[in-house]
Write a protein that binds this ligand. Structure first.
Ligand code: AGP
Length: 603
């Protein structure tokens, strides 16, 4: 996934437009940060700076530039072509007449590259984006809208593009298909971005382009053309942007800020659930279907949230439920009934694999419910219905508050739909204890930090759990991998003796998630097996678990009055903190770990 940004102001009043563009790009770095670039037009010429590394590496280039009236910029997560200045965006055509930034993937770029070569046009980079740039330039005969229409019509794949041409020094052109792009207008400026939260204004009129629409943007107006090249009136929506959302506040990292936001988010989710009279209305589409099978589709942490809740759906709703990794499902032929309800879970709503799997399910004429955090994202536009987790923008690449908000929303949905009122009331009576557990956990981080310091000296980790603690262990293991780059793997605790226990030695730490009352005795036995083979053990367990305390090298006690239903939430947050503090010791780039991007919009 990459981020594109652009801004344009009235030339006589434009001030520091390149800096404004870089500031917008910096807010998009969570989308990708291996190289960056910016372009403008100065005295009828394309002006362009590119660099490997993060956006701030461009700051030095633009200190003394004149006040220009427009700029486009890009921050990249490499897909086609290695991380290099040559492959960084923006890309220009051979005659250096136009400059383009692109987020998405051009699937038929090789074929188009060949056609260009046949016409004597040679690309210098290894990217699909330059092919698109050269193609537009090839078709440009003076009318940019026509050139864009012709070129984009030949494109297979997804794109959100912004481009400038030296013949139109006061215009930015933009278009998108299956990739996010929003144009925001405030008093003195018009901006375009992959994500509304990169805009500098607080209240802006937003124009969302439909697929294949083309926008011609000057400092005072946005003209939109449909695929046939006809002007199209667009409905504006008003955006209220909270700049605090993109600030770390008193926290050293977005990840820690977002870990601590989970407490208020949990209370908000529960209050919405308990007081929202039209919740029934919002989920009526689920109720109306004679659902006899549920298929959960997701990737990464969202997949783990689906795994945790799937056993709760089966227990409380008695509906067979399967959870599939989207990148696998999209190339499989699942056996689905005609009353299957698909639930797609995605924080960003832009994950390419999830979108691909969802499109396949929709082609089977089955309903798709989306659980998402980003309004207007592609998933919310292709799903039949969407429930928003309202976790607020999650900036750290490593998902924490979005994961827990997805889990909580799905669990509350299950409680709303179950007919087992006895179990429902027992679980709901635990809500206060959960809030107290969150208070306890987030005010006892020092103990976790101390444990993290000790165990950060190890290089290999098992995370084990039973029942819903197993997918919780999977999520905990992913957190550690993602931000510390340490080798870790999750297993069902009962599975250890079927092979993995062969790996146990004094150098491999087993982190045990013992938050499942039902299977506490069983995981205790598993820990004895590990201990007897000199495996170091760090156990997260309910307060008062004396036997586990004797077996483990270290324990972190969590409240022992939690219903098994809510343990995954609390134990996940404890292990988020553990991973965070280990990463502090490893001095990694916690909010923007190497090789990763916040949303993987390519296969
Ligand atoms: C989680 O920490 C990761 N950043 C990653 O696994 C993420 O959950 C996954 O890419 C799915 O993203 P989505 O929820 O936006 O679809």
């Amino acid at each position: 996934m990459c981020g594109i940004f652009g801004c344009i102001e009235e030339s006589s009043k434009a001030k520091k437009i390149l800096i404004k563009c870089l500031n917008g790009l910096k807010k998009l770095e969570y989308r990708g940060y291996d190289s960056a670039g910016i372009a403008s037009i100065e005295n009828g010429r394309i002006l362009q700076y590119k660099t490997t590394g993060k956006v701030h590496s461009l700051d030095k280039n633009i200190i003394n530039t004149k006040d220009l009236s427009l700029a486009i910029g890009h921050t990249r997560w490499a897909t086609h072509g290695a991380i290099s200045e040559k492959n960084a965006h923006p890309h220009t055509d051979t005659s250096k007449s136009l400059s383009l930034v692109h987020n998405g993937i051009i699937e038929n770029y090789k074929e188009l590259q060949y056609e260009l070569k046949q016409n004597g046009i040679h690309c210098i980079s290894d990217t699909d984006s330059e092919v698109l740039t050269q193609l537009i330039a090839y078709y440009f005969k003076g009318n940019m809208i026509k050139a864009l229409q012709t070129a984009l019509d030949k494109i297979e794949g997804s794109f959100a593009i912004a481009l400038i041409h030296k013949d139109f020094p006061d215009t930015i052109f933009a278009s998108s298909r299956d990739a996010p792009l929003v144009i925001g207008k405030s008093k003195n400026t018009i901006q375009l971005s992959s994500d509304v939260h990169a805009f500098s204004g607080k209240t802006m009129k937003a124009t969302f382009l439909a697929d294949n629409e083309i926008a011609s943007i000057t400092h005072k107006e946005i003209t939109v053309y449909n695929e046939e090249g006809k002007k199209k009136e667009k409905e504006d929506s008003v955006l209220h942007i909270d700049p605090k959302q993109h600030s770390k506040g008193p926290y050293p990292h977005f990840m820690l800020k977002e870990i601590f936001e989970q407490k208020i988010n949990f209370s908000k989710s529960v209050d919405t659930f308990l007081t929202n009279d039209n919740l029934h209305h919002e989920i009526r589409p689920i109720l109306e279907t004679n659902t006899d099978q549920i298929l959960i589709i997701a990737c990464g942490s969202s997949y783990h949230a689906g795994l945790i809740v799937s056993s709760m759906i089966e227990e409380l709703l008695s509906i067979p439920t399967q959870v599939r990794i989207a990148s696998e499902l999209r190339y499989q032929s699942p056996a689905l009934t005609k009353n299957t309800l698909a639930i797609a879970i995605s924080q960003s709503g832009e994950t390419c694999d999830t979108l691909g799997a969802v499109k396949n399910i929709k082609n089977k004429k089955l309903p798709v419910f989306a659980i998402c955090n980003v309004k207007g994202s592609t998933l919310t536009r292709i799903a039949d219905h969407t429930l928003y987790i309202d976790a607020g923008p999650e900036i750290s690449v490593c998902s924490t508050k979005a994961f827990s908000a997805q889990l909580t929303l799905l669990q509350l949905l299950v409680l709303h739909l179950t007919k087992d009122n006895l179990k429902k009331n027992i679980i709901l009576s635990n809500l206060t204890s959960v809030k107290h557990a969150l208070d306890y956990l987030l005010s006892h981080t020092a103990k976790i930090e101390k444990l993290a310091k000790k165990y950060s000296l190890y290089e290999k980790f098992f995370f084990i759990g039973r029942d819903v603690m197993y997918p919780t262990a999977m999520e905990a293991s992913l957190k550690l991998k993602e931000i510390t780059y340490l080798m870790s793997i999750a297993y069902p605790a009962g599975e250890m003796k079927h092979g993995p226990i062969a790996l146990i030695d004094s150098k491999l730490v087993t982190i045990a998630l013992c938050g499942n009352e039902k299977t506490l005795g069983k995981i205790t036995s598993n820990l004895i097996e590990i201990k007897s083979r000199n495996g170091p053990i760090l156990a997260f367990c309910p307060k008062g678990s004396k036997e586990i305390e004797e077996i483990a090298d270290d324990t972190f006690f969590l409240p022992n009055n939690l219903d098994d239903f809510f343990s995954p939430l609390i134990y996940s947050i404890a292990l988020q903190l553990f991973a965070y503090f280990v990463a502090i010791e490893k001095k990694t780039d916690i909010d923007q770990p190497r090789n990763l991007a916040k949303s993987v919009t390519v296969e």
